[in-house]
Ligand binder design. Structure first.
Ligand code: F3S
Length: 491
C-alpha cells in the first residue's frame, strides 16, 4: 500500500513507468504499479484522467485507488482504466442508467454516467449545454487517448449545444514553420477532425470565455481545463467542477452531466482565508499570488482579503491558472470583487484557517520557479492562458524598435480568433518584424517543445512555470513580460 498526503498531478508528477517524479511529493521515488494508492485528490491538469488510462493500458497503474475528496480526474481515469476506486467514507449510491436512457442518452454512455454517478454519490443529472473539452493535444493524450477518441468519434455525435475544445499540440495551419515532427502533426490533425465531426466548435483555446458565447452567471456548465474552471467559477460566477477531458467528452455526447461538487451551493463556501499583506502590481504578482493560493489552500475554497481595486482580466486569468496548477483551485472568492462575494451569497462561518500571504512568500515562489539561466534561453513563450488582445498589444509595444537576439524563438500563444483580431490591428506584423511569432491553437506546454530542440524556456506564467520542468523537460526563466523581453532582445 502506498499512502500519500500530497495531491497528485497526473500530468507531471508520474512518469510513463509509474514512478513518482515530483520531489515535493511525500512518495517521491516510489513506483505505483500494482499498488493500492491512497492520496487526497488530483491537482492540476484535467487531462490527468487520460494519463491514468494510459498507465493502465501500459500495465503501470495502481490496482486500486483510494481518494479523500470527490475528484472527477481520478474517478474518470479509474473508471475508464478499469481500476478499482473508492472515496474514503463515502457510500456508493445506486444509480439507474435507464433514467438517462429515457432522456435519449445511448445505453453505453448512460451506463458509464450511471457508474460515475455511483462513485460521485449523485443520481441527479442536468443538461450539459456548455462543455469545454480538454485532452486535445496528441502530446497529452498520446496514442491511448487517440484510440479512445476514435472509438467514441465513430459511434457518437455531441448532443450538447456549445462544445468548445482546448489547445492542440501545434498551430493547425502553420505547423510546418515550427519544426513539428510530421508524425505528430498527422495524429494531431486526426484528433481535431474527430472533435469537429462530433460537433465541436474549432475554438482550440483555453480561453473560450474570450472568443465564444458563455452563459449567464449562476448557470451550470461542464468544463475541463483547469484555468477555465477557475475563471468561470470565480470571475464569472458560472458553476462547474474541474471535470476531466474524458468526462466532458462523455457529457457532451450525452447532453447531460452529474450534479455534484461545485454545482451545489454548500460546496462553494470558503474554508480558508488568505489575507494578502502586500501590494500587488501587475500580472506577475497575481500569478505568484495564484501559485501561493494553490499551495496554501490544500484543496479548500479560499476567501481572499487585502486586494485593492479590481484586478484586470489578464490578472484574474493568470492567477486562477497558477492556483489550479500549483494546487487544485477550482473556485476562489475575493472580498467585494468576485460575484458571489460581492453579492454576499457565501457564508464565512466555515473558515477553518486564516493565513497571511506576505511579499517574502511570493518572492520565495518566484525564486523556486526560476530554474534556468538567462543566457541559455532559447524559447520565450507568453500567453498561458492564451493571450488576450491587451497582452498582445503590450508585447507588440515592448518589442517596438527591437530585435529578438539570434538563437531565441519568441511565441505569443493565443487562439486563432484572437490572432485574427491582432492581425487586423497590425500587431502580428509588429511582433513578427521584431523576430517573434503569434502562434495560434497551441501553447508551450502542450506542444512537443522538447522534441523541437528547446531546453530553456522563459515565461511570465506561473502555470507554465509549474509544468515546463517535468512535463516538457525545460529549465525555466520566470519573470515579468517586460523583464523577459529585456533579457532576449539584441543590446
Ligand atoms: Fe492554456 Fe497551455 Fe497554459 S492550455 S492554460 S496555455 S498550459
Amino acid at each position: 500500500m502506498l499512502k500519500s498526503k500530497t495531491q497528485i498531478s497526473w500530468l507531471d508528477d508520474v512518469d510513463e513507468k509509474g514512478n513518482i517524479i515530483n520531489p515535493n511529493s511525500d512518495i517521491y521515488g516510489k513506483n505505483i504499479t500494482g499498488e493500492v494508492l491512497e492520496y487526497p485528490s488530483a491537482s492540476g491538469s484535467t487531462v490527468g484522467s487520460d494519463r491514468i488510462v494510459n498507465l493502465a493500458r501500459r500495465g503501470h497503474a495502481p490496482k486500486k485507488i483510494i481518494i479523500e475528496k470527490v475528484d472527477p480526474i481520478t474517478i474518470w481515469g479509474a473508471l475508464l482504466g478499469r481500476i478499482e476506486i473508492e472515496i474514503k467514507g463515502k457510500e456508493k449510491k445506486a444509480v439507474d442508467a435507464s433514467r438517462l436512457e429515457k432522456l435519449g442518452v445511448e445505453n453505453e454512455i448512460a451506463e458509464m454516467l450511471a457508474h460515475a454517478g455511483e462513485v460521485l454519490g449523485t443520481d441527479e443529472f442536468i443538461k450539459a449545454d456548455y462543455v469545454q473539452i480538454a485532452g486535445v493535444s496528441y502530446k497529452t493524450i498520446t496514442e491511448t487517448g487517440l484510440e479512445l477518441r476514435r472509438y467514441f468519434g465513430e459511434k457518437y455525435r455531441f448532443r450538447a449545444k456549445h462544445v468548445t475544445i482546448n489547445p492542440a499540440g501545434m498551430d493547425m495551419l502553420d505547423w510546418k514553420s515550427y519544426n513539428v515532427p510530421e508524425s505528430f502533426a498527422r495524429k494531431q490533425e486526426e484528433i481535431i477532425e474527430i472533435y469537429m465531426r462530433m460537433g465541436a466548435k474549432p475554438t482550440i483555446t483555453c480561453t473560450p470565455y474570450l472568443v465564444s458565447e458563455m452563459p449567464e452567471p449562476f448557470t451550470d456548465v461542464f468544463m475541463s481545463e483547469s484555468s477555465v474552471v477557475a475563471y468561470l467559477n470565480s470571475v464569472m460566477g458560472i458553476r462547474t467542477n474541474r471535470e476531466s477531458g474524458l468526462s466532458t467528452l462523455l457529457y457532451a455526447i450525452a447532453g447531460y452531466g452529474p450534479r455534484y461538487g461545485l454545482h451545489l451551493k454548500e460546496n462553494r463556501e470558503p474554508r480558508v482565508e488568505l489575507d494578502v499583506d502586500t501590494e500587488l502590481k501587475g500580472m506577475l504578482d497575481f500569478t505568484l499570488l495564484g501559485y501561493a493560493m494553490g499551495e496554501l489552500s490544500k484543496g479548500r475554497v479560499p476567501y481572499i482579503r487585502g486586494i485593492k481595486g479590481m484586478p484586470t482580466l489578464e490578472e484574474f486569468k493568470t492567477m486562477g491558472a497558477a492556483g489550479a496548477a500549483s494546487g487544485s483551485i477550482d473556485l476562489y472568492h475575493i472580498e467585494g470583487v468576485t460575484p458571489e462575494a460581492k453579492a454576499k451569497m457565501i457564508s464565512l462561518d466555515n473558515i477553518e484557517e486564516k493565513i497571511t500571504v506576505t511579499r517574502e512568500m511570493l518572492n520565495e515562489i518566484k525564486e523556486k520557479l526560476n530554474t534556468g539561466k538567462e543566457e541559455e534561453i532559447n524559447l520565450v513563450t507568453f500567453g498561458c492562458p492564451h493571450a488576450s488582445l491587451e497582452e498582445i498589444k503590450e508585447i507588440a509595444g515592448l518589442l517596438a524598435g527591437k530585435k529578438v537576439r539570434q538563437g531565441v524563438e519568441l511565441w505569443v500563444c493565443t487562439s486563432r480568433a484572437m490572432k485574427e483580431k491582432a492581425s487586423e490591428l497590425g500587431l502580428v506584423k509588429k511582433i513578427e518584424s521584431a523576430g517573434g511569432h503569434v502562434v495560434a491553437d497551441t501553447c508551450m506546454v502542450v506542444s512537443p517543445i522538447e522534441e523541437m530542440g528547446y531546453a530553456t524556456t522563459a515565461t511570465n506564467s506561473g502555470k507554465a512555470a509549474k509544468y515546463l520542468p517535468r512535463f516538457c523537460k525545460q529549465n525555466v526563466v520566470f519573470d515579468t513580460t517586460e523583464g523577459i523581453i529585456g533579457k532576449i532582445v539584441e543590446k
